[in-house]
Design a protein around this ligand. Structure first.
Ligand SMILES: C[S@@+](CC[C@H](N)C(=O)[O-])C[C@H]1O[C@@H](n2cnc3c(N)ncnc32)[C@H](O)[C@@H]1O
Length: 316
């Protein structure tokens, strides 16, 4: 048995968006289904590709990849367990053998999670087999969930749409959330999943949309509905906000222009916005503009579709 740590990283594509990740990582060492590796290959140091600077369409990044040479399934499992408890299998080649190794490891948390919760602190590793006796793994990964994947215990009664789940995920990732009495602007609010989630936290919500808000959500305490084009409302029209949210379906530039007004005004403290891609393509230029806003980050959440989430938290 032999472990060799590698330079570089491996990037596991967001579900269904390998093509966007390939745009971001044109130069790589190997690709195993949806796992793109920019790693040093032992004995071929010159083949190490330049690590990409801005990568967003991932579900998980393998931060510290290694190669493990092993003889048997039990030996591979023993070697992984000696490093840490949690390992998510990513079966690509030798899928059955991969899963037999996984079966010999401690079980992973798989139950849907109750919102809110704090991000697990225990490291979650990942591994895949490159051949019968060689495993690529990483003990450190960007996501604390197995292959970036998890689910919430759903509320099937309250929210009028399932979009609230991506807001929940963003708030869990942010590690903070609107508190009772804080003022939220929710642009593109209809039918009202996000507004429902925010009002359920006790925050006061100004929901804005050109379409009507679900009646039950509109009737919630501390919810005010403005039937309006959000982008023709200036920050000074809306006043100070603790949080600005947007899930508006629009071209990313339109959202960027509106958010720029908020940033210039200094009237908002925290932002969580969905950058929705229009058509099949990916607006990298505007995504990079968002990512360049100081202190902010752009991610693809597990509950995101053809969209990215931009967040800026005060004091971050
Ligand atoms: C994906 S839906 C939002 C879903 C919502 N977050 C929820 O949880 O139910 C996008 C919304 O953006 C709204 N929208 C599109 N352009 C808009 C604009 N310029 N101003 C306000 N709302 C807009 C649409 O009417 C639509 O209701």
């Amino acid at each position: 048995m032999n472990i060799q740590y590698l330079r570089g990283k491996s990037f596991h594509a967001a579900r269904g968006f390998l093509h966007h990740l390939l745009e971001e990582i044109p130069d790589f060492t190997r690709i195993d289904n949806e796992l793109i590796s920019c790693i040093s290959i032992p004995g071929k140091e010159t083949a190490m590709p330049v690590l990409p600077e801005s990568v967003y369409w991932t579900r998980n990044v393998w931060e510290a990849p290694f190669l493990l040479e092993f003889d048997s399934i039990s030996e591979a499992a023993r070697a992984l367990k000696a490093i840490q408890r949690n390992w998510a299998p990513y079966p690509v080649h030798y899928s059955r053998r991969t899963m037999l190794i996984a079966d010999a490891l401690p079980p992973l948390p798989a139950k849907p999670k109750q919102f809110p919760f704090t991000l697990p602190e225990a490291p979650m590793g990942a591994f895949t087999l490159l051949d019968e006796h060689q495993l690529l793994g990483s003990a450190r990964c960007s996501s604390p969930f197995p292959n970036g994947e998890f689910s919430f215990i759903e509320d099937k009664e309250g929210p009028p749409s399932r979009a609230y789940q991506k807001l929940w995920e963003a708030l869990v990732l942010a590690g903070r959330m609107p508190t009772p009495g804080e003022r939220c602007i929710d642009a593109g609010a209809c039918p009202g999943g996000w507004t429902w989630a925010l009002a359920s936290l006790g925050a006061s919500v100004t929901a804005i949309d050109r379409a009507p808000l679900d009646e039950k959500v509109a009737a919630m305490e501390h919810v005010t509905f403005l039937k309006h084009d959000a982008f023709t409302l200036k920050p000074s029209d809306l006043g100070p906000a603790d949080w600005v949210f947007s899930d508006v379906i629009c071209y990313p530039e339109a959202l960027y222009r509106w958010i720029s007004q908020w940033l210039e005004s200094g009237l908002a403290k925290n932002f969580i916005c969905t950058i929705k891609m229009q058509g099949p393509s990916y607006d990298r230029t505007t995504t990079r503009l968002f990512a360049a806003i100081s202190g902010s980050r752009v991610v693809h959440l597990w509950h995101n579709k053809h969209e990215l989430t931009w967040m800026l938290l005060s004091g971050a």
